[in-house]
Design a protein around this ligand. Structure first.
Ligand code: DUT
Length: 160
């Protein structure tokens, strides 16, 4: 069973009322990265390729901060600290307005016991403007059986 947005919000911080949806919580954009070098997925390890934070361009002296993203693949980091409670699994979907603008956020599995500020694959199939801190994704929780809790290399990532 998928949990309510109100339940998910208890495990996501900070959250405003606007972020809490019936079935999940909207996540907002912190940083967009571009991968510069190949990574490696091996049988007994992995390496994340070097990346650079994409600069926020100033066009027409627009404020607030806005990313102007040409077609391509990016990694987006979310602002919110997320905890996946025991007995649950998390998935992230794109905000539908992002998808309707020919962009997609892809998710891997968010494991029970994970805590951190995670990342998603932002696929831009048509040039798009995205403001920093805008809502781009939605996190949902489903109930799930498990034996252990998450204890991998991304535990506690991007927390100050
Ligand atoms: O789209 C996603 C999916 C998951 N995560 C976080 C939560 C998850 O619990 C953690 C680790 O994911 P995974 O277990 O798939 O990582 P791995 O590549 O197997 O590395 P490790 O074995 O070090 O955990 O990354 C994200 O930030 N974004």
């Amino acid at each position: 069973m998928f949990r309510s947005g109100a339940f998910v919000a208890e495990h996501v911080s900070p959250t405003s009322d606007e972020q809490v949806q019936p079935n999940g919580v909207d996540l907002t954009l912190d940083v967009v990265f571009e991968q510069l070098e190949p990574g490696r997925i091996g049988c007994d390890g992995k390496q994340i390729g070097d990346r650079a934070a994409r600069s926020i361009e100033e066009r027409e002296q627009k404020s607030p901060d806005t990313y102007y993203l040409p077609s391509g693949a990016y990694v987006a980091r979310y602002n919110e600290r997320i905890e996946i409670p025991e007995g649950h699994i998390g998935f992230v979907y794109p905000r539908s307005s992002l998808m309707r603008n020919s962009c997609m956020l892809n998710t891997a599995v968010w494991d029970a016991g994970y805590e951190g500020r995670g990342e998603g694959l932002l696929q831009v199939h048509h040039d798009v403007e995205i403001e920093r801190d805008a809502r781009i994704a939605q996190l949902v929780f489903a109930e799930a059986d498990h034996e252990d809790v998450y204890d991998g290399s991304y535990q506690g990532e991007n927390l100050e």
